[in-house]
Design a protein around this ligand. Structure first.
Ligand code: NAD
Length: 421
């Protein structure tokens, strides 16, 4: 990590590699397994044509990276965004490998992305993009191969189109090919809010670890999409005070607490958080540096960097987004004694409930929401305690502990399976 130069600071793949190397060194990982785990096992790039609503043809670029399938099928979301890159998808795929291992579920890590701006596309264009992207990847997907899920810019409708396209090619309904589907298509109850719910569980655990009360615990959330809005809603229900919310087009602040259900309703009606009457409009970047007990980034990568880490005034950083903090910022946060709940632990509630969805689809037997939530709470609580205990036993920070725990588990399986020649 010490050797990472600033120019690499915001490259997510470099950030992942820096943490991997640091943790692998601490584990004394043997050189062969190190080489295996430091590269993705498969990277697919597709360029595919789509007929647009105005009659023109556009060519889109999509990626799917399978980092490791040692512990089970590849698992990971599909992101639709204008700035998706191969390095970003690579990093996200490897984080999925480590995340599934941290919560000890039988999946490897994968991730996909399509370069497009979903805000500028119609539903019919999004459907054609999704179906063609799925068709391009058809031989690489499957319940036993690689199982996508939603991520930024995609949702349960996107998953329904993928499931339908895959099923048409297979000549049978295969609902276990994706997770995060609508419940009536084989989706799991509780999946939509699962990442936010898992975040609320690790926030509870972090407060207990630091002997801090929930009453008076101020939270600032960056990003009010699936993860941010559900985390804010569930934390508010538990008695936390959500004093700040930011979105790509502005920030909101209310020291007495923002009415989250009202803000969710406002965003549903207007597609923005701006103009909400229950809070003061503030600068979205500055909001991250306001005093609070918990800062919860839930938008995108590289939002806590060498440029703002020193200004943070939170006690706990709970990472809802993947890769919100750069390795350089990690060192600044450590100096400031900020307690970090790292992404590969904090936001693992989504993939954990995806695992439950995959299990239910394959059984053809569906659980109640209470059963799903109870199993999720149990896995998140146990995983939090595993990571914290590992950090204490090995005198490393929480992030490196999570990486070490995960790498050790994946390395063990890889070694046991052996190298096929
Ligand atoms: P989403 O698209 O539903 O929401 C993201 C929100 O962040 C959007 O409303 C967007 O406008 C906002 N945003 C973008 N840039 C911003 C910025 N600079 N400042 C403030 N807001 C900004 O996506 P999501 O599913 O909620 O995912 C958010 C993050 O959580 C991503 O990093 C994703 O990889 C991660 N994640 C998601 C899940 C899941 O289950 N959806 C699981 C684990 C991790």
């Amino acid at each position: 990590m010490e050797t990472l130069t600033l120019e690499h600071e915001t490259n997510p793949w470099e950030a992942q590699a820096a943490r991997f190397e640091f943790a692998a060194k601490k584990l004394n990982l043997d050189r062969g397994i190190w080489k295996v785990l430091s590269q993705p096992s498969r990277e697919i790039i597709v360029h595919f044509p789509v007929a647009m609503d105005d009659g023109t043809v556009e060519v889109f670029t999509g990626y799917r990276v399978q980092h490791s399938v040692a512990r089970g099928p590849g698992k990971g979301g599909i992101r639709y965004a204008p700035d998706v890159s191969l390095d970003e998808v690579r990093a996200l795929a490897s984080w999925m490998t480590w995340k599934c291992a941290v919560v000890n579920i039988p999946f490897g890590g994968a991730k996909g992305g399509v370069i497009c701006d979903p805000r500028k596309l119609s539903q019919t264009e999004l459907e054609r993009i999704t179906r063609r992207y799925t068709a391009e990847l058809i031989e690489f997907l499957g319940p036993e191969k690689d199982v996508p899920a939603p991520d930024m810019g995609t949702d349960e409708q996107t998953m329904a189109w993928i499931m339908d396209t895959y099923s048409m090619h297979m000549r049978q309904t295969v609902n276990a090919v994706v997770t995060g589907k609508p419940v009536n298509l084989g989706g799991s109850r509780g999946r939509t809010a699962a990442t936010g719910r898992g975040l609320s569980v690790v926030c509870d655990e972090a407060l207990k670890t630091l002997s801090m009360p929930v009453a008076g615990c101020r939270v600032i959330v960056q990003g009010f999409g699936n993860v941010g809005s559900n985390a804010a809603r569930l934390l508010a229900e538990k008695g936390y005070t959500i004093i700040g919310i930011s979105e790509y087009d502005g920030g909101l602040f209310n020291p007495d607490g923002i009415d989250i259900p009202a803000l969710i309703e406002h965003k549903k009606n207007t597609r923005t958080i701006t103009g909400f009457v229950g809070a003061k409009a503030v600068d979205k970047g500055e909001l991250l540096t306001y005093p609070c007990e918990i800062l919860l980034p839930a938008a995108t990568e590289n939002v806590i960097t060498s440029r703002n880490a020193a200004q943070l005034r939170c006690k706990i950083l709970c990472e809802g987004a993947n890769g919100p903090t750069t390795p350089v910022a990690d060192e600044i946060l450590a100096d400031k004694k900020i307690f970090v709940v790292p992404d590969i632990l904090a936001n693992a509630g989504g993939v954990t409930t995806s695992y439950f969805e995959w299990v239910q689809d394959r059984m053809g037997y569906f659980w109640t929401e209470a059963e799903v939530n109870q199993r999720l709470d149990h896995i998140m609580t146990e995983s939090f305690r595993d990571v914290i205990t590992y950090a204490q036993n090995h005198s490393v920070n929480n992030r490196i502990a999570a990486y070490m725990l995960a790498i050790d588990r994946v390395a063990y399986t890889t070694r046991q399976r052996g190298i096929y020649a």
